[in-house]
Design a protein around this ligand. Structure first.
Ligand SMILES: *[C@@H]1O[C@H](CO)[C@@H](O)[C@H](O)[C@H]1NC(C)=O
Length: 173
C-alpha cells in the first residue's frame, strides 16, 4: 500500500454488477398464474425467472501502516450495567483485543456482539500517543446460507468468515 499522509482517509470502495442476471425459464407469463408455487426467484418478464442467488465481494488488503509491523485490533464494543447506581440501566465500553493468532483474527460479523476492526502500527504514535492506524469497515447483508459440508460452500470456504487476517506470506496470496 502506498504510504499515506497521517490523517488521510483511505478511499471508500464501491462495487457494482453488470451483465445478465441468473435466470431460468418458466411457462408463466404473469404472477397471477403462479398460484402459491415456490419459484425460488422473481418473475422478471414473460417466461423468465430471476433465480435467488448470492454474491460475495472479497478484498485482499496488504496493509503496511508506517512500516510492516502492524497489529490487527478487534475493538470489541460491550454493554455494561449500572446495577442500580444510576437511573440509567446500561452504558457502553470498548475492549481492544490485539489478535495474537490467525485464529483470533477469523471473525464473523454480528450486530448484537459488535466490533470495529483496526489495523495499527503500535510502534508509531500520533501526537496524543495513540497508535497510527486505519479502521477497516466491512459491509454485508447476509452470510452464506449453504450447509458447511455443501460442495460449493467447501470450495468457497473463504466466505465462512468475514475477516481473515494472516501474517504476510507472498506464497499464500
Ligand atoms: C509461507 O507459506 C508457505 C505455504 O503455506 C509455507 O510453506 C511457508 O512456511 C510460509 N512462510 C513463512 C515465513 O511462514
Amino acid at each position: 500500500m502506498k504510504r499515506m499522509t497521517r490523517g488521510a482517509r483511505m478511499p471508500n470502495l464501491m462495487v457494482s454488477l453488470t451483465g445478465i442476471v441468473i435466470v431460468k425459464g418458466t411457462s408463466y407469463v404473469n404472477r397471477n398464474q403462479v398460484n402459491g408455487e415456490e419459484l425460488y426467484g422473481t418473475l422478471l418478464s414473460e417466461n423468465i425467472i430471476g433465480v435467488v442467488h448470492d454474491h460475495y465481494v472479497n478484498f485482499y488488503l496488504d496493509m503496511d501502516i508506517d512500516g510492516i509491523d502492524d497489529s490487527f485490533v478487534n475493538v470489541h464494543l460491550q454493554r455494561e450495567y449500572t446495577n442500580g447506581k444510576s437511573p440509567r440501566k446500561s452504558y457502553m465500553k470498548v475492549n481492544k483485543e490485539v489478535a495474537k493468532t490467525e485464529k483470533e483474527a477469523q471473525i464473523k460479523l454480528s450486530l448484537y456482539n459488535p466490533s470495529e476492526f483496526h489495523v495499527v502500527n503500535p510502534n508509531k504514535k500520533t501526537k496524543v500517543g495513540n497508535p497510527v492506524g486505519h479502521k477497516v469497515v466491512p459491509a454485508g447483508t447476509a452470510a452464506s446460507l449453504l450447509d458447511p459440508e455443501d460442495p460449493p460452500q467447501k470450495r468457497s470456504a473463504f466466505t465462512n468468515n468475514q475477516f481473515w487476517v494472516t501474517q504476510y506470506n507472498k506464497s499464500e496470496q
